[in-house]
Write a protein of this length. Sequence first.
Length: 265
Amino acid sequence: MGQYADIGGIHTWYDEYGAGEPLVLLHGGMCTNETWAAQVPAFAEKFRVLAPERRGHGHTADVDGPLHYDDMASDTIGFLEQVVGGPAHLVGWSDGGIIGLLVAVRRPDLVRKLVVIGTNYDTSGLAPGAEDMLANMDPASDDVAMFRDAYVAHSPDGAEHWPVFFAKFVVMAASEPHIAAEHLAQISAPTLVVAGDDDLVSLEHTVALYRAVGGAELAVVPGTSHAAMLEKPALCNLLMLDFLEHDAVPTMLPVRRAHEAHVPG
């Protein structure tokens, strides 16, 4: 069920399903909540699922000036405070994962658990070729038809605004984010880092993110790309729900987490 809420001057659309602990879905760049179609039914059986569409995305209008991830993180913090009413689990894909990281750094009190999928914390984390692909995308090309069609179908700004929004998005994605490793180390929420084994974000960068966030868990989904949760939804849902519903198990032969293991006195 979709509706609007005014968050810091942004007339923000969100969908809501289910009941239980709140879980906020943060969609990817140039996407809408439709990309969560394979996750919502499974998650809504366990949680109260809320899915806001960010400024310029889906049913939420664009704003004057450039787009910035930090502003979208502020919008998300406002959504958590005003609509959710407190802390929630955050599940973010791609750009949504970037925003999840920023929220977890800035407002740890609002994040119960964090899942980031195909997420980079710095522009240097894109896989070889991904940066060129982004720079050479044409808003009228068939390569971006999926994004363009979703935009035209839902945006209150109309089809004529698509090239404007597209250009703003490309500038943002090419120049941001730059989250310092020491800030990632401040994240206190239990965190699951998920990536496809052929992701737009390099595996090396994904592992660096996993290592930077204390106690984080890592899942690399075989045979998938940046759209892992669309390509193998059952496996991704299983991994994410297992993480969200259960505490971490004590491992028998820890190495990375050895210093965190409790030694009986």
